[in-house]
Design a protein around this ligand. Structure first.
Ligand SMILES: [Zn+2]
Length: 87
């Protein structure tokens, strides 16, 4: 019987290719995709990576470089900009 921590699905199971076939490796799961704070839609252009990978990533690859990029989806940000201009 595998050890208790290997029995749960907390860690992701990855079959890694090695010279003698495949080896089972346990990895941590990726975080959930980020969502729009207004409508809750999944945000595009934002990588789903663990913090240590996000730290080494350039800022421009982490979110769209526009107003409300990484906070609102494109539809909501368009609506928000129009609303603010009209005010
Ligand atoms: Zn939205």
């Amino acid at each position: 019987m595998p050890r208790p921590s290997r029995r749960s699905r907390t860690l992701r199971r990855v079959f890694k290719k090695v010279t003698k076939g495949v080896k089972l490796v346990y990895k941590k799961r990726k975080p959930k995709p980020s969502h729009c704070s207004n409508c809750g839609a999944v945000l595009k252009g934002i990588p789903r990576e663990r913090p240590y990978k996000m730290m080494n990533m350039p800022k421009s690859r982490k979110r769209p470089e526009r107003m409300f990029g990484g906070i609102l989806c494109s539809k909501c940000s368009r609506r928000e900009i129009i609303k603010r201009v009209r005010k």
